[in-house]
Design a protein around this ligand. Structure first.
Ligand SMILES: [Zn+2]
Ligand SMILES: [Zn+2]
Length: 174
């Protein structure tokens, strides 16, 4: 999978995307896996920036399929698991091998990110933690205020009514 395909999916080329692309390729190679059609791969990302689009495209772990989980830690870390092998790999962008001043020259920075060795920018380590639980199909119930359908795990009880979260918030405000 070529970087230009990732750029087309994301909409532009940027250092964050180039970093995410390298992180994704490194994770896939370390696990010895191919793109996930279903849920055999699951990814946990610790930020929601540009690079995550590369991960979605490269790994097939997507928000919609439920095999992409976002933990809002503000760290440039992806953990990729294979349910088939039970193995997991944690990829951290450290950028220790970046030449000084390179970040200021965006095209040169992106070029470097495509050509450098993995260990100049990344660390890749196996993780013993088990993969997150598979995505579950939840039942839907109608909110008793707006009548819109709501996933049952997101319902709130308020004044004896079973309601959606936005309706619950509005009840509290009045
Ligand atoms: Zn971007
Ligand atoms: Zn509602």
């Amino acid at each position: 999978m070529d970087y230009s395909e990732i750029v087309e999916f994301h909409g532009h080329s940027c250092p964050g995307l180039a970093i995410g692309y390298r992180m994704s390729l490194a994770a896939m190679a370390a696990l010895g896996v191919v793109r996930s059609g279903d849920e055999e791969l699951v990814a946990v990302v610790e930020n929601d920036a540009c690079g995550v689009d590369a991960l979605q495209y490269v790994s097939g772990c997507t928000f919609g399929k439920g095999n992409l989980l976002f933990r809002d830690f503000g760290k440039n870390v992806y953990t990729l698991y294979s349910r088939r092998s039970g193995k997991g790999v944690r990829v951290v962008f450290h950028g220790r091998g970046l030449p000084n001043g390179l970040r200021e020259d965006k095209p040169a920075f992106i070029r470097f990110l495509q050509e450098c060795r993995d260990d100049a920018i990344l660390s890749v380590t196996a993780t013993d933690a088990p993969p997150p639980a598979p995505a579950r199909i939840r039942n839907s119930v109608s909110c008793q205020i707006c009548q819109e359908s709501v996933m049952d795990s997101r319902l709130r009880e308020i004044a004896g009514k079973t309601v959606c979260m936005p309706c619950a918030e509005r009840q509290v405000q009045v």
